[in-house]
Design a protein around this ligand. Structure first.
Ligand code: FAD
Length: 481
């Protein structure tokens, strides 16, 4: 890395999204600098806690990568194949398919492969570099500043910077006040999460608690208020087991139940609650056994670009608002942002207008369903276990629930549903609210179908999106117990 040199592209963060963005741009001839705080063998490690993640990814995302980059994955990085992801109701009586075929990754191996590809394609990779903020000049991001491994302060310049620093990004947070990319994310839209990777003894077979062929999600507002718990099978008698909570829901739940639980105690309780997983032993391979981190569960930032700046992955709040699945969108955004950087640099326009095609490409490939899903998440967080049990049994068919999880809006015919005899005021209320949610999802999906073709109409469009979401947040308050 030379202080005086100007790169075409700096990619900050060599995780899922960053390594792929660097690959795509370097492959097409851009002069790319990839910066990360980790040593090469720790590629993509999020924090000192390790590669904290459930590591489940749907096959269709990997197909997208192959189609666009030629990059294929196999064992060992695709550690365990799963037929699907199932969401279970709190009483375990209803089970809905959430996502189809996929894999539970060996995450460190997967990330090392992505990084190796970026280097092979010609990206210059500088490790142990702490990015501290963007260089801002005349309303443009012209590179980044930070500290190299000897703690020297370094400024590096580029025509475009891709922010792939994950949820704690200090690039997006340090952008100038601007009408495109928000610097803050509301704490209500963030899940505090943690997970263990461990071996265990199987007490007895019960596929509601551990299924070697499927990933399981346990919805339960007492065990995981405002979120859910998961048991994802890994190779051998090993699992990735963890849970996520919304801070506000946890506070309400603790107060009402007169408890003092934290994320840490909840995870331990969740493991005790599981009758088939016994005698766990933390797997310390790659020092990646136990970890805690956060994940945003809102729609992605309305604009992913600013002058000289693009964002990909968790830095832009891309995970799916219901499942918190962020690997897929991070991979997709990595590919698309790298391609978009090439186009903008070659076209000699790295302004918001010149980068806008990335917003359109991501919206089309992934983003247009997420705002609708955010409303569904806000609704779910307002239901207690009894209503979720009743709703999963009564309101939705398995097909409708699956459609909803993909952001498709099912046609819930009121007449046919009211033929079911809904019992209890709170259940009737929840059903009426579900109809409201479906209407809102339709409105938001329609707005995202009309994502602004250029920045000129963005402010009006954004105000309409904000209004829909605010109305939903106003109507549905967290109410876990
Ligand atoms: C507990 C948990 C469970 C999850 N489970 C799933 C799941 O099962 N399936 C799924 O699809 N998604 C899941 N997610 C989400 C998924 O992990 C993320 O969406 C994904 O990792 C995003 O990739 P990324 O490249 O955007 O960012 P990250 O993976 O966060 O990578 C960011 C990179 O930037 C580096 N970096 C950060 N700051 C700096 C800095 N200042 N200077 C230099 N380098 C820096 C980091 O070290 C890292 O290498 C989960 C998340 C959590 C927290």
């Amino acid at each position: 890395m030379q202080d005086s040199k100007e790169y075409d592209l700096i990619v900050a963060g060599a995780g899922m999204s960053g390594s792929l963005a660097a690959t795509m741009a370097a492959k097409q001839g851009l002069n790319v600098l990839l910066l990360d705080r980790n040593r090469p063998e720790e590629a993509g490690k999020k924090t000192n806690w390790g590669w904290v993640c459930g590591d489940a990814v749907a096959k269709n995302h990997l197909d997208f990568i192959k189609e666009h980059s030629g990059l294929e994955f196999a064992y060992p990085e695709l550690e365990k194949k799963v037929k699907g992801v199932y969401a279970l109701s709190p009483d375990m009586k209803s089970k809905f398919l959430f996502e189809g075929e996929g894999y539970v990754l060996n995450r460190p191996a997967f990330e090392r492969k992505l990084l190796a590809k970026a280097v092979k394609e010609g990206a210059e990779c500088v490790h142990e570099f702490e990015v501290e903020g963007p260089i801002i000049e005349d309303g443009y991001v012209n590179g980044v500043f930070g500290r190299d491994k000897d703690h020297n302060q370094v400024h590096v310049r580029a025509k475009v910077t891709i922010d792939a620093l994950g949820i704690a990004t200090n690039l997006r947070r340090k952008l100038p006040d601007n009408p495109y990319v928000d610097r803050q994310v509301s704490i209500d839209d963030v899940e505090s999460t943690g997970r263990y990777i461990c071996s265990f003894e199987l007490d007895h077979n019960d596929e509601l608690f551990y299924d070697p062929d499927n990933a399981l999600i346990h919805l339960n507002q007492e065990l995981a208020p405002g979120g859910y718990g998961w048991v994802f099978p890994k190779e051998g008698n090993r699992v990735n087991i963890g849970l996520g909570v919304q801070k506000r829901s946890l506070e309400i739940r603790n107060k009402k139940l007169n408890k003092n639980d934290t994320l840490h105690t909840l995870i331990d309780n969740y493991i005790k609650f599981n009758p088939v997983i016994k005698n766990i032993k933390i797997d310390e391979t790659d020092k990646n056994g136990k970890g805690y981190w956060s994940v945003a569960v809102r729609r992605q930032m309305e604009s992913l670009v600013y002058n000289g700046y693009m964002g990909a992955g968790d830095s832009m709040a891309m995970p799916n608002p219901i499942s918190a699945g962020g690997i897929g969108p991070a991979l997709v955004a990595g590919i698309l942002s790298g391609e978009a950087a090439v186009k903008a640099v070659r076209g000699n326009d790295v302004s918001v207008k010149g980068l806008w095609h990335y917003n359109l490409a991501f919206n089309e490939a992934y983003g247009k369903k997420t705002a609708g899903l955010e409303v569904f998440r806000i609704y779910l967080q307002s239901l207690n276990n009894d209503v979720i049990n009743y709703g999963m049994k009564t309101f939705l068919t398995a097909k409708e629930a699956e459609d909803l999880s993909y952001g498709l809006v099912p046609e819930l015919s009121i007449a046919s549903k009211f033929k079911m005899i809904l019992k209890g005021a709170s259940n009737i209320n929840a059903f009426v609210n579900l109809l409201y949610v479906v209407k809102k999802m339709k409105a938001l999906n329609a707005l995202y179908e009309q994502y602004p073709k250029d920045p000129s109409s963005f402010q009006q469009w954004r105000a309409k999106v904000a209004k829909e979401i605010e109305e939903a947040k106003e109507r549905f308050q967290p109410n876990p117990v």
